[in-house]
Design a protein around this ligand. Structure first.
Ligand SMILES: [Mg+2]
Ligand SMILES: [Zn+2]
Length: 177
């Protein structure tokens, strides 16, 4: 079974401007992310994005808008030789009570099955406590980054395994293990 890095998107990979990222032009990488992804990819980690996109349920943007943002992200990464194994998103709102919206683990469970991943050899990197809760509930080692929300959502009462400045620092720590 393979090992993976499960990565939240907004506030970890790309800058979170406080609103929804619904247009490709709003998608901007956080410093160091490309290098970090490249290093992890070369060390045979599968890279999998796990993102809540509740703005879809709220009618703020459509799944097509989201696809266009992801198309941009994927093409910028491909230009750098970085391959994402998957992008999983939850389009629902909290009130939909779905199994996929983090802190629930539905998206990670799906990715684990579809890509033959051992979650116990894998990592979850996120900027919200909901990311950390989902990662922990799957048995992953968790990193909370100080970019984006930096844990200030305080939705879940959970301790990350590590607190780091940003995704680049998380990648360095993982590669040193
Ligand atoms: Mg986030
Ligand atoms: Zn959902």
């Amino acid at each position: 079974m393979d090992k993976a890095i499960f990565i939240d998107r907004d506030g970890v990979i790309n800058k979170d401007f406080g609103g929804y990222i619904s247009r490709p032009e709003d998608f901007k990488f956080i410093e160091g992310v490309i290098e970090a992804l490249k290093n992890l990819n070369q060390r045979e980690f599968k890279l999998i994005v796990i993102t809540n996109q509740g703005g879809i349920a709220k009618g703020e943007y459509t799944e097509q808008d989201l696809e266009s943002v992801h198309k941009k992200m994927v093409s910028l990464l491909e230009n750098e030789g970085i391959r994402l194994t998957g992008i999983y998103y939850c389009p629902h709102h909290t009130s939909d009570n779905c199994d996929c919206r983090k802190p629930r683990t539905g998206m990670i469970e799906k990715a684990v099955k579809e890509h033959n991943i051992d979650p116990k050899k894998s990592f979850f990197i996120g900027d919200k406590t909901t990311d950390i809760q989902a990662g922990k509930d799957m048995g992953c080692m968790t990193f909370l980054v100080k970019t984006g929300y930096g844990g200030r959502d305080k939705i879940c009462n959970v301790e990350p395994d590590f607190i780091v400045e940003d995704f680049f620092e998380a990648s360095k720590r993982i590669l040193e293990m």
